[in-house]
Design a binder for this molecule. Structure first.
Ligand code: PSV
Ligand code: MN
Length: 425
């Protein structure tokens, strides 16, 4: 088993928190007083904040890149063990990222049991398995150049199905309970792909995968409007994902990757629709300005992130998540110019912030505004929650759970990356 190398120790976190604790208590109490005036008990909100869990993507711990280049930083993880170690560090500082979503084959473990033991020794487990039939691997028999699960050739489809089932097998040994499927299948030119035929073949392939999954596993169907196919994508939008999920089976659900929509699409409304239909599986959080930019969560459209959580909290309160087995929150980002661990720390904080702000919405007041068609006050009700500085709640929840008051600052102060620079030559 690989060693972990440098780890941030508990004493370091305690001293980081120690110098901040007096200010933090004051800020928390002041916020508690302000919230009480709005009829909100800060303790209940803090409990909600602490219960949130966000999965980290194994593939985002190293520098991503674009097709124009990649600029890796010092001390990046060289293998899946080092990626898990980085994810565990993020969990150590934030306390709400206890699981890692693994990508096969990028992070294929030699012995899954060894990896599971290693992860567990660092206090993390595994979330959804992510298959990859959008690239060809060395020694792969048949090419995915013209598709995988929807390919016209049954042999290619069988190979892609086999790969997904292999991901399930690895996931079983790791303690995962879900498989996420995202395909790059589609066409670059009008006429290239038979829209109906390819969609049918995709659904049939998903049915075969589903049939091979254990009975307590979930299948997440991820859609994306374009790229790598530039004209048409087989699994292109939430409606296609929704129908496919219903055709495949009750444990097939839709996965909403925020970057997989055209700019300005009303994603929060898609979330509401999928909740309504009982097929919301989960999220790949990230942010974007133009397309599937994979920027850090909350960096471009924090209000959108808040509105998404508002729909989720709203539905939970109304029992509207029945049929949606607690959406899986995962991050899917590509870090090109930042330290990936820093980007993930910042993203986790933004996701938790948006969730906590959503918990603050005065839902009775909002319902009244909606009933009376008071648009101005409806928006103000949402904005009152969205503009509340909930940082003291986030920090105090982290500190109570043994995490860092300021994860980003703690990470930098710890010298983690410099240590890894030496270890990961
Ligand atoms: C490509 O867009 C992508 O980001 C998909 O969202 C997958 O979830 C991810 O890659 C990893 O396979
Ligand atoms: Mn994704």
């Amino acid at each position: 088993m690989t060693g972990t190398g440098f780890r941030i120790d508990k004493e370091f976190i305690a001293s980081h928190n120690g110098v901040r604790s007096a200010d933090l208590f004051r800020d928390y109490d002041a916020l508690g007083e302000r919230l009480l005036r709005r009829g909100i008990g800060i303790g209940e909100i803090a409990a909600g904040a602490g219960a949130l869990a966000v999965a980290l993507p194994s593939w985002a711990t190293g520098t991503g890149g674009t097709r124009f280049g990649r600029f890796p930083g010092e001390g990046e993880p060289r293998n899946v063990f080092e990626k898990i170690a980085d994810c565990a560090t993020i969990h150590q500082l934030t306390r709400i990222t206890p699981r890692v979503a693994l990508h096969i084959p990028w992070d294929r473990p030699g012995d899954p049991r060894e990896l599971a033991a290693f992860a567990s020794s660092l206090g993390v487990g595994f979330d959804a398995m992510n298959s990859n039939t959008f690239e060809d691997q060395k020694a792969q028999r048949l090419s995915y150049k013209f598709g995988s699960l929807s390919h016209t050739d049954a042999a290619v489809r069988a190979q892609a199905i086999g790969h997904n089932l292999e991901c399930v097998e690895i996931g079983r040994a790791l303690g995962s309970k879900a498989l996420s499927i995202w395909i790059g299948d589609g066409g670059n030119f009008p006429g290239q792909v038979d829209f109906r035929g390819s969609y049918e073949r995709y659904i049939e392939s998903c049915k075969s995968i589903y049939a091979g999954m254990p009975g307590d596993w979930l299948l997440y169907i991820e859609y994306k409007l374009f790229e790598p196919a530039m004209y048409s994508t087989v699994m292109n939008d939430w409606g296609s994902a929704y129908y496919a999920a219903t055709a495949v089976g009750p444990r097939a659900l839709c996965l909403v990757d925020l970057g997989h929509h055209a700019p300005n699409v009303n994603i929060e409304m898609i979330v509401a629709r999928l909740l309504h239909l009982g097929r919301l599986g989960g999220f790949h959080f990230n942010d974007s300005k133009y397309g599937d930019d994979d920027l850090d969560s909350g960096s471009i459209k924090p209000f959108q992130l808040f509105l998404i959580f508002h729909e989720l909290v709203n539905a939970a309160g109304k029992g509207g998540t029945a049929g949606n087995p607690g959406p899986a929150y995962m991050i899917d980002q590509s870090h090109n110019v930042t330290d990936p661990v820093e980007s993930l720390l910042a993203s986790v904080e933004e996701i938790q912030r948006a969730y906590v702000q959503a918990l603050l919405v005065d839902r009775a007041a909002l319902a009244e505004c909606q009933q009376t068609n008071d648009a101005v006050m409806a928006l103000r009700t949402l904005k009152t929650a969205f503009t509340t500085d909930v940082a003291p709640i986030l920090a105090s929840v982290r500190v109570s759970a043994g995490g860092a008051a300021d994860p980003l600052a703690a990470f930098r102060e710890s010298g983690y990356r410099a240590h890894k620079g030496k270890e990961r030559a």
